[in-house]
Design a protein around this ligand. Structure first.
Ligand code: CA
Ligand code: CA
Ligand code: CA
Length: 275
């Protein structure tokens, strides 16, 4: 790391000498500073990525209804019918705060099940900052499907129609909410007391059958997201209140999310200076 930084400093120094001798250069020196800042941000982020390690799993309680483990077991038809390869405690995907749509550009969401008093009013969607797009309204039930897409400039599409919402990039979180918008965010830092209301599981090749749809392979680019729909102070933490499969998406490591957001901010600052 030190060798890399030293090499970088030498590069910057040589570059600065050259432009000083040309006698013009506030602008170029600013660019050098910017590049150093970007380099340090990248190094810092990668350090974070390696030092942070996996956070601990979120506690899921069996509750008094069909437990989340049994929800997964019940949709499993093979290789062992009724026994999911996924363990709801040990196989949680971390991190699960931010996501991006895969290269094909579209991501199908299918509701697996809703076991909650609020099932008729719970809504589900994606968000970026304070912008959001609802994917399912309260009336949607097990088997309901919808496709989201995000184009190269961050415009969000729902079932191939423009939503008029722009996320600025292919980076977003999932939320559970009401008709008025998000209540609980996949980024737990946006929830009251930092409570984690969403857990995620990656496919391990089981054959599963969801709602009325034909059985198919639950593959590695397909994730099941499971939400708890009440604040921890009054909830049973069963995480079966809204369970949905999302396809063709990838979880984005947090430091990378920070770098992307950071680059966006730096880009904005640069753009502002020009105009
Ligand atoms: Ca989580
Ligand atoms: Ca619950
Ligand atoms: Ca429940």
């Amino acid at each position: 790391m030190r060798a890399m930084e030293s090499y970088w400093h030498t590069l910057c120094f040589t570059y600065r000498q050259k432009i000083n001798s040309n006698g013009r250069n506030n602008k170029i020196q600013r660019e050098v500073k910017m590049k150093k800042l970007l380099f340090r941000t990248a190094v810092f982020s990668f350090l974070l990525l390696f030092l942070a390690g996996p956070a601990s799993a979120t506690l899921i309680l069996p509750g008094s209804e069909t437990s989340l483990q049994n929800v997964l077991n019940n949709i499993t038809v093979g290789p062992v019918a009724g026994a999911s390869s996924v363990d709801v405690y040990n196989d949680q995907v971390l991190p699960d705060q931010y996501w991006s749509v895969g290269a094909a550009g579209g991501s199908l969401s299918t509701i697996v099940i809703e076991i909650a008093g609020n099932a008729g009013t719970n809504t589900f969607g994606i968000y970026s900052g304070n912008k959001y797009v609802q994917i399912f309204g309260g009336a949607a039930a097990a088997g309901s499907q919808a496709i989201i897409g995000i184009n190269s400039v961050g415009d969000v599409f729902l079932n191939f129609a423009s939503t008029g919402v722009n996320f600025g990039s292919n980076l977003f979180g999932y939320y559970l909410g009401t008709a008025n918008g998000p209540t609980f965010y996949s980024d737990e830092l946006m929830n009251e007391n930092g409570e984690d209301h969403m857990v995620a599981f990656q496919g391990q090749g089981d054959t599963v059958q969801i709602g009325p749809w034909a059985p198919g392979t639950w593959g590695p680019t397909e994730y099941i997201l499971a939400f708890e729909d009440l604040p921890f102070s009054s909830s049973d933490k069963d995480y079966n209140d809204f369970v949905v499969m999302v396809e063709s998406v990838n979880p984005v490591p947090e430091p990378l999310s920070l770098v992307l957001l950071g680059l966006g901010l730096i880009g904005l600052a640069g753009a502002r200076r020009k105009f």
